[in-house]
Design a protein around this ligand. Structure first.
Ligand SMILES: [Zn+2]
Length: 77
């Protein structure tokens, strides 16, 4: 089992975030247990960034989410 979600980086040691997949949290996989599309995950991360960075714009949040995802194994080219 991984320590962190390979798509968004949250800790998988928190039981409420653990889903059916070994390497991903429950927010990054769909109903079939497959990794969501890059855009969907990015929106989720952007939303999360905005929740603790009041005042940043949608565009800034998306930019930061893109940058953040570059460090995630699931999105590495
Ligand atoms: Zn995740």
């Amino acid at each position: 089992m991984s320590d962190h979600c390979h798509a968004c980086g949250v800790s998988l040691h928190m039981p409420e975030l653990k889903g059916p997949a070994e390497d991903f949290c429950k927010y990054c996989i769909d109903d079939k247990g497959e990794l969501k599309k890059r855009d969907e995950v990015r929106q989720g991360i952007a939303h999360w960034l905005k929740s603790w960075s009041p005042g940043i714009t949608e565009e800034q949040a998306n930019e930061r989410a893109c940058h953040y995802m570059k460090a995630m194994p699931a999105w590495a080219d």
